[in-house]
Ligand binder design. Structure first.
Ligand code: SF4
Length: 371
């Protein structure tokens, strides 16, 4: 099947830097011209920006427009090199810790969330804060506080040192211990085996997390489950899509940065689901043509913090290497959008700006549907 729709420019909503737009800003189909030898790309949908990342990037852009540069951002607003570099060029100043922000200045907290201690440090320095913590991370923080108040031991499945884990653990450090994976289950010690609950980082591999939970439950049969899934819809949807295309793919390319947990998980999931090989790249020029020697089908996806323009660049590069047919493998349609942080909305409103974000169904770009 041939699709001849022209790829549109990334326009995005008013005021948005086009290069930072997500897949929904590219509503047209990706041009597809099947190659004579059948080389093709299977393009995963959903891929790229989730609602939390879209909101966080938008918050920094709106803050720059409204207050002017510099706007300080604690840690990377989302784990993507290109996003951070682009926002830096526009006047965002990324810092590691709150004490690097000048007294009284404005700071944005990243999508990964922060602990109460960081909020307290910001208050002590009279910082004006914009909290871009993803609401789905905030939900896990609230669960942690609630179960800590009920005196549970909380087993937080996640990666030590990841900002999200640090933020969640900081809600109740005396009740939470981090379990990095199945290999750490034997080391877990709890006060009362009848009062134990597991929670998790939002961006983990679903399968590996369930394996950790299974082993934990063998040790603690009364282990409680979280009130609702902590691994978020976007992480799950991207893993389901890559699982579907991986068995047909000689190679799966994941666009995403090395410190992006969900992007790294997509490589692992692709390999576990049967991909011949899988590689993560930040951008198109990192693709080594040798990876594609003898390949007919390349699977392509991107992590939840990746702007669509980087995926389009990879498609162009793959086309240049002979993979000209593009077929979409869609496993879900996403239609989730989060409002901007409350105080930013209020300031936008006072300035006569539109505080509500245009609703954009997060359908992602399309390609030739599969027969
Ligand atoms: S990956 Fe999930 S939890 Fe993380 S920012 Fe996106 S929607 Fe929120």
């Amino acid at each position: 099947m041939t699709t001849t729709t022209t790829t549109p420019e990334s326009t995005g909503p008013a005021g948005r830097v086009s290069s930072l737009a997500g897949a929904s800003a590219f509503p047209g189909a990706v041009e597809s011209n099947p190659s004579p030898d059948g080389r093709r790309i299977l393009l995963a949908t959903p891929r790229g920006y989730c609602a939390g990342v879209d909101r966080a990037v938008d918050a920094v852009e709106k803050a720059l427009e409204l207050y002017g540069a510099p706007v300080y951002v604690r840690k990377e607003i989302v784990h993507n090199k290109f996003v951070v570099e682009t926002l830096s060029e526009r006047g965002a100043v990324f810092v590691s810790e709150t004490d690097e922000v000048p007294e009284g200045a404005r700071v944005v907290f990243s999508a990964h969330g922060v602990s109460p201690a960081v909020h307290a440090q910001a208050a002590a320095r009279n910082l004006a804060t914009i909290d871009a913590t993803c609401p789905l991370v905030t939900k896990v923080h609230k669960e942690a506080v609630r179960f800590a108040n009920d005196d549970f031991d909380i087993l937080l499945i996640g990666h030590d040192g990841h900002e999200e884990v640090e933020g969640t653990q900081g809600e109740a450090p005396e009740h939470i211990q981090v379990v990095n994976g199945p290999h750490e289950v034997d080391q877990v010690q709890v006060r009362d085996p009848e009062k134990v609950i597991w929670l998790s980082q939002t961006t983990l591999s679903v399968d590996e997390t369930m394996q950790t939970v299974k082993l934990l439950r063998e040790r603690f049969p009364h282990l409680q489950d979280p009130p609702s899934d902590d691994i978020c819809y976007a992480t799950q949807n991207r893993q389901v899509a890559v699982k579907k295309l991986a068995p047909e793919a000689d190679v799966v390319i994941v666009v995403g940065s090395a410190n992006s947990s969900n992007s790294v998980r997509l490589v692992e999931v692709a390999l576990e689901a049967g991909a011949g090989a899988s590689y993560r790249v930040d951008k198109a020029d990192e693709i080594d043509p040798a990876w594609l020697d003898g390949a007919t089908t390349v699977g392509l996806t991107s992590g939840a913090s990746v702007p669509e323009i980087l995926v389009r660049d990879v498609i162009d590069r793959l086309k240049g290497l002979g993979f000209t047919g593009v077929e979409e493998v869609r496993t879900a349609t996403e239609d989730i959008m989060f409002s901007l942080p409350k105080n930013l909305r209020a300031d936008l409103k006072r300035a006569g700006e539109q505080p509500d974000r245009p609703h954009r169904a997060r359908r992602g770009a399309t390609a030739a549907p599969r027969a």
